[in-house]
Design a protein around this ligand. Sequence first.
Ligand SMILES: NC(=O)c1ccc[n+]([C@@H]2O[C@H](COP(=O)([O-])OP(=O)(O)OC[C@H]3O[C@@H](n4cnc5c(N)ncnc54)[C@H](O)[C@@H]3O)[C@@H](O)[C@H]2O)c1
Ligand SMILES: [Zn+2]
Length: 358
Amino acid sequence: MKTLTVNLGDRSYPIYVGDGILGRLGEFLQRAGLRGKVVVVTNPTVARLYLDPVNEILARAGFASVSVLVPDGEEHKNLDSLAMIYDHLVRARLERKSSVVALGGGVVGDLAGFAAATYLRGLPYVQVPTTLLAQVDSSVGGKTGVNHREGKNLIGAFYQPRLVLIDVHMLDTLPRRELVAGLAEVIKYGIIEDAELFHVLEDKIERLIHLDRELLIRVIATSCAIKARVVEQDEREDDYRAVLNFGHTLGHALEAATGYSEFLHGEAVGVGIAKATAISARQGFCDRRSLERIRGLIEKAGLPADLPKSVTVENLIQGLEVDKKSTGGKIKFVMCAGIGKTRFHSLSPAEILASLDS
Ligand SMILES: NC(=O)c1ccc[n+]([C@@H]2O[C@H](COP(=O)([O-])OP(=O)(O)OC[C@H]3O[C@@H](n4cnc5c(N)ncnc54)[C@H](O)[C@@H]3O)[C@@H](O)[C@H]2O)c1
Ligand SMILES: [Zn+2]
């Protein structure tokens, strides 16, 4: 098992990454000073696989648990699900050291985290991420929230968990398409911060997809460490944290242009990374060789690297214009300046689209 720390003063917390460590959840909660009641937020898909063992583990460690099941799917990351979670929190009569455990992917994590951030002005919460995307990205860094019909993640709060427990064994049941989508974020970390991680991925991506446990632990821990270092420097995304949006400006626009139904988030990010790198090369930030390697790795992972024929550059404009990062008509675009390096560069939506090759 690897243990990392997110260093944020009195809000610091550990991330445990290991194989088969779910059984230690009770021990880790105790170590974090949590007692009494635990409300486990999950969904029916994850509950069927893991809720009974989680309840047993908690009971063995002396915790009384109740569970809340929100419906599965991004379309349920909304205020209705949140209201349902609050109802359960009220009914459970939580006391001061009670906590919320998010057991699931990013949807459950964002919902449970936001409920914890706001109920009684803040209850401790714990992330037990069960998708690769949640293990390397959404469970770390404290962004919580829900969607509004006018846009994704419009309602939310920065609120850090007390601990994150990542058990790679839980990826055994994850559909392969979801696993591969999560790899897009791992590739992103290599590109923005860590040429060595990128090289490991080039070498061993098949072994990762086949769930080599040791390699998963290493790659997930490295990814979490990169995200932790970025969040430590700029927790509330005043400036540098935006580096994590590499590949996401176009990725989000593509998700919006296809009605959030054609691509999983990570798949759209695969296209976004390939295109952002191509733009970086065209603008003189990135060398040809890095561009080829990045495109090559996206394809090797089994992620899409091109816009589908059905999506035109014009379709993407709208998505780019509502991008939260755009200010004064320009977008703070993250450029790749070679593998392991980035630069921020302001571009208008028109400039971004003009430099797309296809
Ligand atoms: N807070 C952040 O910093 C942050 C960062 C990135 C993404 N997000 C959010 O995360 C969400 C996407 O998360 P996601 O990709 O994990 O999607 P998800 O939570 O919808 O999970 C994907 C699917 O996998 C199922 N599943 C989860 N774990 C499983 C397991 N172990 N075995 C079998 N099936 C399993 C889920 O039920 C779901 O059907 C989006 O809402 C996005 O906005 C948040
Ligand atoms: Zn992402």
